[in-house]
Design a protein around this ligand. Structure first.
Ligand code: ZN
Ligand code: ZN
Length: 422
């Protein structure tokens, strides 16, 4: 069980005097105060960096804090430890015969879930276990959109977490952390959202998430969460792997093409979509199969080389038409030959932007990922593309957004925003 100090609860009898000391003498910042009606207490949080002090004030004579003060006077009341999975932590403690006050999670402050361990089991300390509220809602539902005569289906291959600083390059954390709050390891949640494009004849899949070949160590580093993955998503859309005719790669990074292959019954890596033709950009293929120190960790050969060996991989060049209305458009920037996919029908345009706009939070031109190999190329592409997308009302797909699949880029008084559609 991994636990991090969340806060220390302190019972106070004279709040103004306590605040005068902690806030005015020690200089701590009062973050929030909240009344917990069921417990008859008011809690004031003072920040101490990654954890905080919680001053607890009774709001009624029969409050547990009032009783505590009567018995012991003011002082340290409890220690709260933050855990990722409270249910699992309680199950672990129960199995070891540890005496608990709450054997099930109950609602705590700010949308968290909490449970207390009995002081007799914790060497005289009242211990609170706390699972913080999910910072952003993770959205997996299949998103359907009709674009002229084409049907678009936004799917999900689950979530992974990457360093927030790396995802926003030179943008300082105070600017992005409110939109995508990081976990204790500074990671932010990211979706993997492949897109289906269908006309009456062809079912095209663009990208396929990271798939199920990732080793346990990497899965832990990336906090991989595939409880709901592409097979579930295809089934929810009324499809199966057999229905896919063409599989297209925006670029060959593992979080986009890991799901192109799978382990066969004998442990050999085989195509995941048995009836599909696979398509990638020729020069991207060259770079992916000749990686250097800076991109080697992203280009995992087992994700694409077996497709060439199986004779199902086709390489194409810039602007290649993939199916009627669907074509590659070179962006570069993220990788030298990174492609976005332009989808057009009946005068309407949708764009699968892959790692050009990984999330809707990356809407401003200069909000670039630290992962980009050629960031000035990304900037040049975004500047020109954004103008076009705003005037042309392009529907933009955000492959890595944790809670939004697609939306329209808007601009008001030079401020960029996204109007959610899916
Ligand atoms: Zn990438
Ligand atoms: Zn990516």
């Amino acid at each position: 069980m991994k636990a991090i100090l969340d806060h220390v609860g302190i019972a106070v009898s004279d709040l103004p005097a306590s605040l005068a000391f902690f806030r005015d003498e020690l200089g701590l910042h009062v973050e929030a105060s909240e009344e917990i009606v069921s417990q008859k207490v008011r809690a004031h949080f003072l920040s101490t960096g990654t954890s905080s002090l919680e001053l607890l004030e009774a709001t009624a004579p029969d409050s547990p804090i009032a009783k505590y003060l009567d018995k012991r006077g003011p002082g340290i009341h409890h220690v709260a430890l933050r855990v990722e999975d409270l249910e699992a932590a309680l199950a672990h403690l129960k199995a070891r015969g540890i005496r608990l006050i709450d054997d099930r999670p109950r609602p705590g402050a700010e949308g968290s879930m909490v449970a207390f361990i009995h002081p007799s089991a914790a060497h005289g300390v009242l211990v609170e276990l706390k699972q913080p509220a999910p910072a952003v809602p993770l959205f997996t539902t299949v998103g359907r959109h009709t674009l002229g005569s084409l049907e678009l289906l936004s799917l999900s291959d689950g979530f992974f977490w990457l360093d927030g600083g790396a995802m926003f390059g030179v943008v300082p954390r105070p600017l992005w952390e409110k939109r995508l709050p990081p976990d204790d390891a500074n990671r932010i949640p990211l979706g993997m959202r492949p897109l289906i494009v269908r006309d009456g004849r062809t079912t095209l899949l663009i990208d396929a998430g990271c798939g199920d070949k990732m080793d346990a160590k990497s899965a832990q580093i990336y906090k991989l969460d595939r409880r709901y993955h592409l097979d579930h998503s295809l089934a929810e859309a009324g499809l199966s792997a057999d229905d896919i005719d063409v599989v297209l790669a925006s670029h060959l990074h593992f979080d986009h093409v890991g799901g192109f292959t799978k382990f066969g019954p004998d442990g050999k890596v085989v195509p995941r979509f048995p009836k599909a033709k696979y398509v990638a950009h020729r020069a991207e293929w060259e770079d992916a199969t000749h990686p250097h120190e800076r991109n080697r960790a992203s280009y995992l050969q087992e994700n694409f080389v077996p497709l060439m060996d199986a004779g199902v991989m086709t390489l194409v060049d810039d602007e290649a038409e993939i199916m009627p209305g669907v074509r590659f458009r070179r962006s570069g920037g993220h990788t030298r030959h990174h492609q976005v996919v332009m989808i057009a029908s009946s005068g309407r345009t949708a764009v699968f932007t892959a790692d050009m706009y990984p999330t809707s939070v990356h809407a401003p031109d200069a909000w670039l990922m630290g992962y980009d190999l050629y960031p000035m190329d990304t900037l040049a592409f975004k500047r020109a593309f954004a103008r076009e997308a705003i005037t042309g009302e392009y529907l933009i797909f955000f492959e890595h957004d944790p809670s939004m699949a697609a939306g329209y880029l808007r601009e008001k008084d030079v401020k960029r925003s996204v109007e959610r559609v899916i």
